[in-house]
Design a protein around this ligand. Structure first.
Ligand code: NI
Length: 252
């Protein structure tokens, strides 16, 4: 059994074809998926999916790439997280790749999410892109280790992975690890111990090989698991077992 620890099946690319999405999940033995919130405007439809389907869980948070949305407070996040199927806070974090200039609002939003996670006792889903140093600094300053969580769609260095693991965070690999040119990331995946690893699709984006460029979906997490099994010279079953166990430990 596999779990997709991060997807966006509420996005229009997938929302209209949920029957086929669930069919492929069954076929590939992907028994559960965590549908991750990116804005509070879209959160109700994410929560609705989790309420409708027993095997779908959800998070609440505002993605660092969304600049022109209302300021979110820790109180709001804590209130919205008070639901049996809302299992995490995020996605949150820092992104210096997509956005430039004065990003102090992004830092503040990240701190707000960490405070909310600590208050409600639910783990964080952290997105970091070209901002590893500040991400780790803010995690330390806000005691993110008290909440724990996952560095999602990880594409950073081994040193960053090591620092995040030292703070009690899991490292989650997406379809990017299957890309031929992702040599450095494959090496990070080889070194991250199984007991600290999660897998995800981040669908509808970043479809793994052999579906690269197509619309991604949770069923494709099997291809991420297969590639990690190859990299670590082990079996798909072992990767499935370890990452499902970790998912349950962190989110359930
Ligand atoms: Ni995402």
């Amino acid at each position: 059994m596999l779990v997709d620890s991060h997807c966006h099946i509420d996005f229009p690319e997938l929302a209209d074809q949920l029957d086929s999405v669930f069919d492929l999940m069954r076929k590939n033995q992907v028994e559960r998926a965590l549908c991750v919130s990116v804005t509070l405007e879209d959160f109700p439809r994410v929560r609705k999916l989790a309420e409708t389907y027993p095997n779908i869980y959800a998070s609440v948070g505002v993605h660092p790439d969304h600049e022109d949305v209302a300021v979110v407070t820790a109180r709001e996040l804590v209130a919205l997280s008070d639901h049996p199927k809302i299992v995490a806070i995020g996605e949150t974090g820092l992104d210096y790749y997509r956005l430039k200039g004065d990003l102090s609002w992004q830092h503040e939003r990240f701190r707000t999410h960490i405070r909310a996670a600590r208050e409600c006792g639910k783990p964080l889903i952290i997105h970091t892109r070209e901002a590893a140093e500040d991400t780790l600094r803010i995690m330390r300053e806000e005691s993110a280790s008290a909440a724990g969580g996952v560095m999602h769609c990880f594409t950073e260095s081994w040193e960053t992975a090591e620092a995040a693991m030292a703070l009690g965070f899991y490292i989650s690999f997406s379809g990017i690890v299957t890309f031929k040119n992702a040599k450095a990331l494959k090496e990070v995946a080889r070194r991250v111990p199984l007991e600290k690893m999660l897998i995800e699709t981040d669908s509808p984006y970043l479809a793994p090989v052999p579906y690269r460029g197509k619309t991604n979906q949770p069923g494709f997490v099997k291809h991420v698991a297969e590639e990690i099994a190859r990299i670590k010279d082990t079996t798909l079953e072992q990767i499935a077992e370890a990452t499902t166990y970790n998912f349950n430990l962190l989110f359930m």
